[in-house]
Design a protein around this ligand. Sequence first.
Ligand SMILES: Nc1ncnc2c1ncn2[C@@H]1O[C@H](COP(=O)(O)OP(=O)(O)O)[C@@H](O)[C@H]1O
Ligand SMILES: [Mg+2]
Length: 251
Amino acid sequence: MDSNVAPLHVENVSKNFGGLQALLGVNLTLQEGERRAIIGPNGAGKTTFFHLISGVLTPSSGHIHLFGQEVTSKPPYRRAALGLARTFQINNLFPNLSVLDNIVLSVQALEKTKFSMFKPMTSYRHVYLRAEELMEQWGLADKGNTTVRNLSYGDQRELEVVMALAQEPKLLLLDEPTGGLSPAETATVTAMLSQLPRHITVLLIEHDMDVAFTMADRVTVFYMGEVLAEGTPQEVRENPKVQEIYLGSPI
Ligand SMILES: Nc1ncnc2c1ncn2[C@@H]1O[C@H](COP(=O)(O)OP(=O)(O)O)[C@@H](O)[C@H]1O
Ligand SMILES: [Mg+2]
């Protein structure tokens, strides 16, 4: 794909925090509909990279384009308006509200960004119907009234993804969607992610190699702030440099 219209095109991006070089000269381009996993040891710069793409942080140098538009120093809401949504490594839910109310807030956020120029506020009924439709679609319908802090971690991760989907993204960033989950919960969340419609391009940070290699069309390996390797799951699995950083054992 022409990098001019790619969902994401990152060019020579670096980020330092004072003396610490968190990212150095990172390049990455996603094809429309692609599933890309980013793997790498703790501290490799993966979450920082997501913060740069979503606009939580600004790069020290380099350029970021979303759908052909330069967004390098644009605020997060401008990037969301272009079709970007993300989840956070740290739980970003409202723990004392119900599942339904959490989703309603996400649907409302979309209504505001998309329609506020045309009408003051879309009807609550419309917003609730959309929230209920999302719960139905993603298997949370029987948990609508459950207070979020009482959900299992697996359901909380799924809810985070549903809240991102409520924004009707074209590009979805998922930061460790299976982080802290049991094997059974990991399997449930992975199954959900594999059902995401292909018109959504997905970039996910994943610590679980099995999930990364199963979900992804291509894998990018971060190591000490740089891209160490990139390729199909098989190419990355067979890469000696990659094997070396994962304790010298085949992965
Ligand atoms: N806001 C910050 N201020 C200072 N250092 C940071 C900040 N965010 C991340 N870092 C550092 O940058 C490096 C990369 O962190 P991070 O992107 O969270 O890695 P990963 O997600 O791959 O584990 C780490 O050394 C981390 O301590
Ligand atoms: Mg991280």
